[in-house]
Design a protein around this ligand. Structure first.
Ligand SMILES: Cc1cc2nc3c(=O)[nH]c(=O)nc-3n(C[C@H](O)[C@H](O)[C@H](O)COP(=O)(O)OP(=O)(O)OC[C@H]3O[C@@H](n4cnc5c(N)ncnc54)[C@H](O)[C@@H]3O)c2cc1C
Length: 362
């Protein structure tokens, strides 16, 4: 049986970053996945992901976000485009209050924006708007490939086309079994995305998987050069700078709960289409109503929409990231590094209590 210093289960957004951090520390490591690099069957595909610092979800993400900015730039400076993001919503909304609170607590640059200065977005009467110049976007598939390529350059092995069937801790380490082989390892990192409940079955994690939709519309209007995140009374919508005559957008709220990500439909959902078409018609006057493309993707939600990144209970050599709740990609480098710190006994100064497993087991 082949033996490794460290094995990563799942080499999507987070696992590819973990594999790179393990390999760059000189560990002999293996990454395993069912699908090929940067595939479109999980949660890390669809051209782009927003990245932002003034984090309305929770201010404690900000130090991890700062580290992620550093690590993305170090991995390849062409990955992160600082296009700026416009946030809009009622002054007391989670989005606006959260952005301002994070910015104040961490001294981040955000500018109060006048809706009239951004006429390409129709912002509801009386709403507040804030512009964050350092926010931007990442090319998601290129990021996964970049982490895997950097891991391989440092000597990591990557095997895809293998389905992980189980793992178990033994006195001397951890054994992993797939449909093709068995492996042993001193340390294990689990980053299974929408399949986390299966790979961590004994923990009975409170995760739900939802099917989400991405839409591309025709847009030649050069004013759409920023990202945007707009909170309305009936939901939150976000989008990316237009590129090559296409603008990508999606609804963050909602989503259809699914049981088996391998069997979920990849077709459009009339309900989601209706929300998106109405948003385009009502709020993006320079975007043409013609839909050019569509894709589906999975959110893996926790009850409080914060991640779970922790050691496996009672284990110093197994750690996992799960329940990234539709906002984890931007943090992949810092989470990958944190997971490797966790299984190598490396001190980390980040406050991670807010993403600890304990909040669901206490
Ligand atoms: C539509 C959409 C929009 C999003 N927008 C943003 C955004 O703008 N900004 C942001 O930061 N985040 C965003 N996110 C969230 C972010 O993309 C995810 O949190 C992140 O990509 C999850 O990475 P992951 O590694 O957990 O999952 P994945 O990348 O899916 O990786 C999990 C891997 O594990 C493998 N695997 C699982 N089980 C097995 C098994 N038994 N055998 C073999 N392999 C297995 C899978 O094949 C997969 O490759 C968005 C997500 C979606 C769906």
């Amino acid at each position: 049986m082949a033996h490794y210093d460290l094995i990563v289960l799942g080499t999507g957004g987070i696992g590819s970053a973990a594999l790179y951090h393990a390999a760059s520390r000189g560990l002999r490591c293996l990454g395993l996945d069912r699908f090929p690099p940067a595939h479109d069957r999980g949660s890390s595909h669809g051209e782009s992901r927003l990245i932002r610092l003034s984090y309305f979800e929770h201010p404690d993400y900000v130090p991890l976000l700062r580290r992620s900015y550093e690590l993305w730039d170090a991995l390849d400076p062409s990955l992160l485009t600082r296009s700026g993001i416009l946030y809009a919503g009622p002054a007391e909304s989670d989005t606006i209050r959260g952005v301002l609170a994070s910015a104040e607590q961490h001294g981040l640059v955000v500018e109060k924006a006048e809706p009239k200065d951004f006429p390409q977005y129709v912002i509801p009467e009386g709403a507040s708007a804030v512009f964050e110049p350092d926010a931007g976007w990442l090319p998601v598939e290129s990021c996964v490939r970049a982490h895997l390529a950097a891991a391989l350059n440092h000597g990591a092995e990557h095997r895809w086309g293998e389905t992980i069937e189980g793992w178990r801790e033994r006195d001397a380490g951890v054994q992993v079994s797939t449909d093709r082989a068995a492996y042993s390892t001193d340390r294990l990192v689990i980053a299974g995305g929408a399949w986390s409940s299966q790979l961590l079955a004994a923990l009975d994690l409170p995760l739900t998987v939802t099917r989400k939709h991405l839409h591309w519309f025709e847009c030649e209007d050069p004013r759409y050069r920023h990202g945007f995140y707009i909170e309305l009374a009936h939901g939150q919508f976000y989008g990316f700078p237009a590129q090559g005559g296409r603008l990508k957008l999606a609804e963050h709220s909602g989503g259809e709960r699914i049981d088996d990500p391998l069997c979920a439909s990849r077709e459009q959902d009339p309900n989601d289409d209706r929300h998106i078409d109405a948003f385009v018609a009502d709020h993006l006057p320079g975007v043409k109503p013609a839909r050019l493309d569509h894709a589906t993707c999975f959110y893996t939600m926790t009850p409080d929409a914060d991640f779970i990144v922790d050691n496996y209970p009672g284990s110093e050599r197994v750690a996992f990231a799960a329940g990234l709740s539709g906002h984890g990609f931007k943090l992949a480098p810092a989470l990958g590094e944190l997971l490797i710190d966790r299984v190598t006994g490396t001190r980390s100064d980040f406050n991670t209590g807010f993403i600890g497993l304990q909040r669901f087991t206490a």
